[in-house]
Design a protein around this ligand. Structure first.
Ligand SMILES: Cc1cc2nc3c(=O)[nH]c(=O)nc-3n(C[C@H](O)[C@H](O)[C@H](O)COP(=O)(O)OP(=O)(O)OC[C@H]3O[C@@H](n4cnc5c(N)ncnc54)[C@H](O)[C@@H]3O)c2cc1C
Length: 412
């Protein structure tokens, strides 16, 4: 029997085990994969965007009612940076995103593992927990091979579903908590590509353009994001699209209509674009419609927009462009509309929306309100952040607090 068992060796589980061990607890960390921190290694495209200098509640989403600001204020972005600086990570700040100066996610994992070892955390990999039960205030966890582990306190940090099985993700992390009394808010992928069957996606496959992307759900505009949009065979991707994907996932669950409209010239009013096109025609009347836009629009975009504006022959003289055709074209430039069928699967996602209800957690300790001696942390909970270091910050903040609370001798 140890003092605390941490289930899950991801960001949340590792920080929880360090903090608990620093408080003098004997900690055993159980991880189903053959090593801890596998997902951490791929974060931030291998650079690990470990936090953001502007951690605020408004960048997080949940269907819970509880106020989740306590953990984020307790270990805030500054204290997170200090925590990692003390372990040897020099921060590199890009915009508001924080990375390790080495630009290697492996550095973050290395320092966490070194500190776990230094603090005497027992790390046991290839240990897949398949059952937990509590008897006389002692938790008994059973692994797939039949081995059992006992402790009065358990920190549950089994993560979400984003990234798929190779990162140890499965529904089990939620299901095992159901008999304990917890409820699961239906998980869906977020920070993920959007799927659209618009023919323009295939035409533009591989093209990147800067645009303001607006998501419309049930005919209402819900959010706008500016940045580089990438067209893929089956839809839209890129940073602004990732930020909109939670709303698209939610709409898909609720079977609501969803569209993304791209404004390719967010700084220019529609009338100015119309004037610009007439100026180009006046300057080069000898050019074809296709040639007219060279140097103004990406070549592949010209073809897609012509199709969108139902301009059939692009080889005819630009002088022959009708006013209605120019208007349809400019409307396409200002609101190139893509019907969205949903999102790609969890395998392609960076985070999970939904999970264990935060209303069932004491968010000042991360203790379960359903079972004594059980603490929850990280993505397993129904809370997810935007792209930009917010999800790891939640894992650090909630894991830190869970480790601290679980190691307090008199914690209720
Ligand atoms: C490709 C990608 C890039 C990302 N980039 C960023 C980024 O740059 N910045 C950012 O803030 N966020 C990023 N994220 C999100 C971030 O990685 C996660 O939110 C964070 O890692 C969640 O930490 P966690 O500890 O809760 O879960 P995880 O890291 O998923 O860890 C959970 C662990 O529990 C183990 N486990 C599960 N079930 C069991 C069981 N029954 N028994 C034993 N062990 C079990 C799993 O194997 C896993 O190791 C990214 C995610 C992905 C997929």
């Amino acid at each position: 029997m140890v003092d605390i068992i941490v289930v899950g060796g991801g960001a949340a589980g590792m920080i929880a085990s360090i903090v608990a061990a620093r408080q003098g607890a004997e900690v055993l960390l159980l991880e189903r994969l053959n090593r801890v921190g596998k997902k951490l290694l791929v974060t931030g495209n291998g650079r690990c965007n470990l936090t953001n200098i502007e951690i605020e509640k408004r960048w997080y989403h949940t269907s819970g009612k509880a106020d989740f600001s306590y953990p984020l204020n307790d270990l805030d972005a500054t204290r997170t940076r200090i925590f990692f600086e003390e372990l040897g990570i020099v921060p590199l700040i890009e915009g508001k995103k924080v990375y390790p100066l080495s630009e290697q996610a492996s550095s973050v994992l290395d320092v966490l593992r070194m500190e776990m070892k230094h603090q005497g955390v027992k790390e046991q990999t290839d240990t897949h927990v398949i059952r937990l039960k509590q008897k006389e205030e002692v938790w008994e966890l059973t692994a797939e091979d039949g081995a059992t582990y006992k402790a009065p306190k358990v920190i549950w940090a089994t993560g979400g579903l984003a990234g798929g099985l190779s990162f140890g993700c499965s529904e089990e992390g939620y299901m095992l908590l159901k008999p304990v009394g917890h409820s699961v808010i239906k998980p869906f992928p977020t920070l993920v590509h959007l799927v659209s069957n618009a023919p323009y996606c295939k035409m533009l496959k591989g093209t990147k353009i800067k645009a303001k992307a607006a998501i419309w759900i049930a005919d209402k505009e819900r959010r706008k994001e500016y940045g580089e949009v990438l067209f893929t065979e089956d839809g839209l991707s890129g940073p602004p699209i990732f930020q909109l994907s939670r709303l698209a996932g939610e709409a898909s669950l609720k079977k609501q209509s969803c569209e993304v409209k791209l404004d390719l010239f967010p700084e220019e009013p529609l009338e100015d674009l119309v004037s610009k096109i007439y100026e180009r025609i006046a300057r080069h009347p000898e050019r074809s419609i296709e040639e007219l836009f060279i140097g103004f629009l990406h070549k592949r975009l010209v073809l897609a927009l012509m199709k969108y504006a139902e301009i059939t022959s692009i080889h005819r003289s630009c002088e022959g462009l009708e006013y209605e055709e120019i208007m349809r074209l400019v409307e396409g430039m200002k609101a190139f509309c893509f019907k969205i069928q949903g999102t790609r699967s969890f395998k392609h996602a960076q985070a999970t929306a939904g999970g264990i209800s935060i209303d069932e957690i004491d968010l000042e300790t991360m203790a379960s309100k359903k079972a004594k001696g059980l603490y929850l942390a990280g993505e397993v909970l129904d809370i997810d952040g935007d792209c930009g270091g917010f999800n790891l910050q939640w894992a650090w903040s909630s894991g830190y607090l869970a480790g601290l609370s679980a190691s307090r001798k008199n914690e209720e």
